[in-house]
Write a protein that binds this ligand. Structure first.
Ligand code: ADP
Ligand code: MG
Length: 326
């Protein structure tokens, strides 16, 4: 199973930011309201995620790191209605097979926390530990036992930049969750939970740049089970904002050509020439109308009704942008 997990790890875990993604998504799935991410040496030395979520019951700790153990899908049918971010039950098994790993957790209604260590895939027995309600995961020396992978890690600042980008995109996806990021012991990003319009805009500004809220339009439109909301940068927006493009489908960051095409067309058609617009957009629809399991790590989705989604996006954005021409 160790080898199989390591192979699986190769698919899910490309670099430190992939580990951070899986772990933070687990924290979000556990209902965390506050998530701390501590990084050392670009994540190759340490990735530590602490959350205040529901925690893991003592007798489920070992199961959590076992291959294909997920508490999130009860039947094959559930696959069709995946609402939680994780659903493959292989992230912890994969990560713990290619690092020195520990999982410490105190579940709700438990007075004792437990800690389990996994060293290159070898699971140790769980022991009592100190921990507030929630979960901490430590991943040290990533790929220490897979030299071919470790060799491919880039410069520390490159890997950290990937992690920071990831955190920004998650911070926009879950605006009511507080995120804290630190690098080699220094806090680099504190994203306070957004509670009202003002703090929501503040969070958006923290990720998109201070000028973005003033240089964007708010969109909020729903038709026939499709709901689009968020902000689209005005064509007059400064250049520094280009390339900040966030599109979420049911809370998940997505890169999709149907979406990209609709957005591009809407801008091009109105008054946008040549530049990449900046936007933060959220599309909500019935989970049955979208397949998120196409390639979980690559942000791909497949809409059941591509044409409908495309036209809805195009029309909504076009109408909003066209107002600015007046
Ligand atoms: P998946 O998220 O696909 O279920 P993972 O390997 O990422 O698979 O996690 C395995 C299981 O461990 C989860 O289903 C969940 O029950 C538990 N778990 C992992 N991380 C956390 C966390 N931060 N808080 C609570 N439970 C967690
Ligand atoms: Mg997971």
């Amino acid at each position: 199973p160790e080898l199989i997990n390591q192979i699986a790890a190769g698919e899910v875990i490309e670099r430190p930011s992939s580990v951070v993604k899986e772990l933070v998504e687990n924290s979000l799935d556990a209902g965390a309201t506050r998530i701390e991410v501590d990084i050392e040496q670009g994540g190759s030395r340490l990735i530590r995620i602490r959350d205040d979520g529901a925690g893991i019951a003592p007798d489920e700790l070992a199961l959590a790191v076992a291959s294909h153990a997920t508490s999130k899908i009860g039947s094959f049918d559930d696959l069709e209605h995946v609402a939680s971010m994780g659903f493959r039950g292989e992230a912890l098994a994969s990560v713990s097979s290619v690092a020195r790993f520990s999982l410490t957790s105190r579940a709700r209604n438990q007075d004792t926390a437990f800690r389990i260590e996994v060293d290159g895939g070898k699971i140790q027995t769980a022991r009592p530990a100190q921990h507030p309600q929630g979960t901490s995961v430590e991943v040290r020396d990533l790929f220490y036992n897979v030299p071919a992978r470790r060799k491919f890690l880039r410069a520390e600042r490159t890997e950290f930049a990937h992690i920071d980008d990831l955190l920004k995109s998650l911070a926009l996806a879950r605006r009511s969750v507080e995120f804290r990021l630190s690098n080699n012991g220094k806090p680099t990003r504190i994203l306070k939970a957004a509670r009202d319009d003002a703090s929501t805009l503040q969070r958006v500004a923290e990720v998109m740049g201070d000028e973005f809220p003033a240089q964007s339009l708010h969109v909020d439109h729903a038709v026939a089970g499709l709901h689009l909301s968020g902000w689209v940068g005005l064509p007059t927006a400064s250049r520094s904002q280009a390339d900040s493009q966030y599109f979420y489908v049911n809370g998940r960051l997505v890169r999709d050509r149907i979406v990209a095409h609709a957005v591009r067309q809407a801008y091009a058609d109105v008054l946008f020439h040549g530049r990449h617009p900046a936007f933060v957009l959220y599309l909500e629809l019935d989970p049955a109308g979208v397949d998120v399991n196409v390639h979980p790590a690559k942000h791909e989705v497949r809409f059941r009704e591509q044409r409908l989604v495309h036209d809805f996006l195009f029309r909504t954005l076009h109408e909003a942008l066209a107002q600015t021409r007046a």
